[in-house]
Design a protein around this ligand. Structure first.
Ligand SMILES: [Zn+2]
Length: 247
């Protein structure tokens, strides 16, 4: 028997009584557990195997399947269900994680990012736009897609007042060095670059602690989303749905 802490990022029914759940764990990446008699489980055990439940899972391997023996809830993000936009945003995060975390990946920092983001989302502690941008950019950096945001690629200038950032090239040029096609690059101010740097480089303890103007946040949010979609080379239906709610 194996015991792990994990968070349910997908559930689907299997036959009449059972269900499969995908669980993001620190040690084993995303694992699929079979929950026997899922329809009959209620109360505490039932809630511990729901979508977005963070629980202690105890399971054993039978052939190619991992069969759940028991589960104890640690934190159930009930509050997410009170809001369609919140549950939709959380579903998009879960979708992205299922896509980019393979089995056997050491995912400690990614778990922490996801759990913290859900916490702030559920409790209304930060706005959705900010949480979405933090999740997207920080996740991309954790899985190896860190853009070069330290200095202008040409002259090494650290804090240009205005600059051109490329999602595709993952770098920036200051206004004076830039010679590309302005349609393909984001012309941004230093405040947007500072926010990107904060998300990519700060410790987890400080990650959610920054302030920006609405204008900066709007710019940041477009760049963060495009950065993720372009580098993962995939569209997410859950993202389209979330955005359709925001119009
Ligand atoms: Zn330069």
């Amino acid at each position: 028997m194996t015991t792990v802490k994990g968070i349910v990022i997908k559930e689907r029914t299997a036959g009449e009584q059972d269900k499969f759940i995908d669980v993001l764990t620190e040690e084993y990446g995303v694992i699929e557990l079979t929950v026997r008699g899922a329809k009959k489980i209620s109360g505490k055990s039932g809630s511990s195997v729901q979508l977005f439940a963070y629980s202690n899972f105890c399971y054993s391997q039978r052939g190619e399947y991992l069969i759940l023996n028991s589960a104890e809830p640690i934190r159930i993000f009930y509050g997410l269900r009170d809001s369609l936009t919140k549950i939709s945003l959380a579903s998009y995060f879960a979708d992205v994680l299922r896509f980019c975390i393979s089995p056997e990946t050491n995912s400690g920092d990614i778990m922490r990012l996801f759990l913290n983001t859900l916490h702030y989302l559920e409790k209304n502690l930060r706005n959705e736009k900010m949480l979405k941008s933090i999740f997207e950019l920080r996740l991309m950096s954790e899985i190896g897609f860190m853009p070069d945001v330290l200095a202008c690629r040409e002259c090494g200038l650290f804090e240009p007042a205005e600059l051109f950032f490329s999602v595709r090239e993952s770098c920036f040029y200051c206004k004076d060095c830039f010679h590309g096609n302005a349609d393909e690059w984001y012309k941004i101010k230093i405040s947007v670059l500072s926010a990107i740097r904060h998300i990519l480089l700060s410790d987890f303890d400080r990650l959610y602690n920054f302030r920006t103007s609405d204008e900066t946040m709007d710019r940041l949010s477009i760049i963060a989303e495009n950065y993720l979609v372009l580098h993962l080379e995939r569209n997410f239906r859950t993202l389209d749905f979330y955005k359709s709610l925001k119009i």
